[in-house]
Design a protein around this ligand. Structure first.
Ligand code: CP
Length: 322
């Protein structure tokens, strides 16, 4: 694997390989000593042009658990404010020895530009670009669903027969896009639920069913209900119903939580806006996998970095040498 830019072009075999290696990594995270020597001598640069809590720290933890050196770049406080271009920023960090660049950027397509422009030789991982994709979020979501469904050893299993309902600001959500492509590649049935103004115009080309009524969507008891944040920072206020109306019609409250099937899980990629798209009861309920997703994210990102930086040359068990 040279780069990880999206899930739309990720094959079923490649996706399962990442999820299976992530299981190996998760096993190592149960040990008292969590660190592996696998990426000793490699340098991972986190190049973040947008804010992040989970993704940046998760990549940092993943790289450190694999013994890589980590350089964290945040556009805030950098020479970007003086007009430095993406090319010059990336080449500056490459000159300090980057083997992999993990990039989050507000412009859809920025990671692909970095990977294909010839500016740098490092492998590129997309950590979220505009409204386009957030592939490692979808991989950790798929990992979480698979583990909940098949238990501790779900290696080799896909998601055929699993139903996932994604609710919220689909229009602006890179998480929704990456999940639609990945989950359907793995065989899951995906339903999207949102106000009509928050559904993308090209949704008919997506492999997903669209429903506007949340009660109708959860009546069948999806295996996973994924709630999304409303991205007010990316939208014209005219798109959006009032917060009160949104919460009443598309929010996951105690009544809807009760109406879910007994085995349905509640997911959220974070950050959550409690009281808007998800109530505190739902976020903190035993059905919620929010923190499990965060934990799994480290294993999935360890797998992605391992496959990018060591997979091809080692061919070994990534757990070796611990
Ligand atoms: N899920 C996610 O991308 O969260 P952060 O924005 O905190 O990284």
């Amino acid at each position: 694997m040279r780069h990880l830019l999206d899930t739309k072009t990720l094959s079923r075999a490649a996706a399962l390989r990442i999820l299976d290696v992530a299981e190996d990594m998760a096993d190592t995270q149960q040990r008292e000593v969590k660190k592996l020597p696998t990426l000793r001598g490699k340098t991972v640069v986190n190049l973040f042009f947008e804010d992040s809590t989970r993704t940046r720290i998760s990549f940092e933890a993943a790289a450190k658990r694999l013994s890589a050196d980590v350089i964290n770049f945040s556009a805030k406080g950098s020479s970007v404010s003086k007009g430095e271009s993406l090319q010059d920023t990336a080449q500056t960090l490459q000159a300090m020895g980057a083997d992999a660049v993990v990039i989050r950027h507000g412009a859809s397509g920025a990671p692909r530009t970095l990977a294909t422009s010839g500016w740098i030789t490092a492998g590129v991982v997309n950590a979220g670009d505009g409204t386009h994709e957030h592939p490692t979020q979808a991989l950790l979501d798929a990992f979480t669903i698979r583990k909940r469904r098949f238990g501790p050893d779900s290696r080799g299993r896909d998601l055929a027969g699993v139903s996932v309902t994604i609710v919220g600001d689909i229009l602006h959500s890179r998480v929704a896009r990456s999940n639609v492509w990945l989950l359907t590649t793995l065989g899951a049935d995906v339903t999207l639920v949102a106000p009509p103004t928050l559904i993308p115009q090209d949704v008919s080309a997506w492999p997903a069913r669209v429903v506007y009524d949340l009660d109708e969507a959860i009546a069948g008891g999806p295996d996973a209900l994924m709630m999304l944040r409303i991205q007010l920072e990316r939208m014209n206020a005219a798109y959006f119903p009032t917060e009160r109306e949104y919460s009443r019609r598309w929010g996951l409250d105690a009544r809807r939580l009760e109406a879910l099937g007994a085995d349905s899980i509640v997911m959220h990629p974070g950050p959550m806006n409690r009281g808007l798209e998800i109530s505190a009861e739902a976020a903190d309920s035993p059905r919620s996998t929010v923190l499990e997703q965060v934990t799994n994210g480290v294993s999935v990102r360890m797998a992605a970095l391992y496959l990018l930086l060591a997979g091809a040359e080692s061919g070994d068990d990534p757990r070796a040498g611990a």
